[in-house]
Design a protein around this ligand. Structure first.
Ligand code: ADP
Length: 321
């Protein structure tokens, strides 16, 4: 293997830069050249790619976002779009591809491999942590820390005014961010897409808390479980409490990646290069019990639902009584 390419695709996640850096430096260490593809599959189709060197990834390990930019590409979902991308594979002499992104991006990679035979490896990069087969995805830890930081600030004002706060966080299909940030932030209730909930019960709990002298309450709502605004107005209607709603939105994706995200990204990026060097394809790299692993890309698609940690779920209920 003499030349590989790397791209970031789908939703951006803090720590993607650390992964790009690891791919580039690990490859160059082994005498492999690296082509950076800008704007995900769009840049692949358009030939928006450039040779990277050690200096190309200098001073990026601590920066959020992705220096290669990212995109969602409608055209790559068509055979015509992928044929254009293949022309660039030939033109640039690419012998392997590392795709840093979510399961959608992995699907694109697999289809491209199956059509054109280019070895592909996926590196899980998404703040949602919802990729099957890996304990962590790049960006998740930073997102959780961003939410906890916001909860801390909201808690100050909530205590001062004796108010109830509803905080809506990201997670359309999965409650990983809500659960971990809710537990770490000491939330009273955590609403997750995976677990049915009853607003009446949440309100009963709030009222019991007030009776025992609680000064404030914070309720975390994953966007896939319910709308924060709706939950806020229902709580206000049932309890009569002054209830404020904060939607954290894209704040959660931004900022300096945490040490954990940089570490995971570095390990995963380097592992992806190793996997390509071993002649493997249609693989995803991941972390299980603090060790890097490599598994079949199909596992991500066949087991779309990654289970929440039940111990954390039970504990969240016990600690918020
Ligand atoms: P993520 O990688 O974060 O899950 P998306 O689901 O939006 O993000 O996928 C990113 C890109 O991957 C899409 O815009 C598309 O270009 C490509 N992709 C996703 N699914 C397919 C597919 N079935 N065939 C070809 N390309 C796909």
């Amino acid at each position: 293997m003499q030349r590989i390419a790397v791209m970031t695709s789908g939703g951006d996640a803090p720590g993607m830069n650390a992964a790009i850096r690891a791919v580039v430096r690990k490859a160059i260490y082994h005498g492999i050249e690296v082509i950076g593809i800008n704007r995900g599959y769009n840049g692949f189709i358009e030939g928006d790619m450039w040779p990277m060197n050690l200096g190309s990834v200098a001073d990026i390990i601590h920066r959020g976002g992705t220096i290669l930019h990212t995109a969602r590409s409608e055209e790559f979902t068509t055979p015509e779009g992928r044929a254009k991308a293949y022309k660039n594979v030939k033109r640039f002499g690419i012998q392997g591809l590392v795709v840093i992104g979510g399961d959608g991006s992995f699907r694109g990679a697999k289809i491209f491999h199956d059509e054109y035979g280019l070895p592909v490896v996926g590196v899980p990069g998404t703040i949602d942590n919802d990729i099957y087969g890996t304990d962590y995805t790049i960006g998740f830890d930073t997102a959780v820390n961003n939410v906890v930081d916001a909860i801390n600030k909201i808690r100050d004002t909530a205590t001062s005014h004796e108010r109830t706060f509803v905080v809506e966080v990201m997670g359309r299909n999965s409650g990983f961010i809500a659960l971990q940030a809710g537990l770490a932030g000491g939330a009273e209730s955590i609403l997750l897409p995976e677990v049915p909930f009853d607003v009446k019960e949440i309100c009963d709990k709030l009222m019991r808390g007030v009776k025992r002298g609680k000064l404030h309450s914070i309720i975390i709502v994953a966007e896939g479980a319910a709308s924060g605004l709706e939950i806020g107005s229902k709580i206000k209607e049932i309890t009569g409490f002054d209830t404020k709603v904060t939607i954290l939105g894209h704040l959660q994706r931004g900022g300096i990646p945490t040490a954990t995200d940089r570490l995971m990204a570095s390990l995963l990026g380097a592992k992806a290069v190793e996997v390509l060097m071993e002649g493997k394809t249609n693989k995803v790299v991941g972390i299980r019990a603090s060790e890097t692993v490599c598994y079949d890309i199909e596992e991500v698609f066949n087991n779309t639902k990654k289970d929440l940690n039940t111990e954390m779920l039970e504990l969240a209920n016990i600690l918020s009584i």
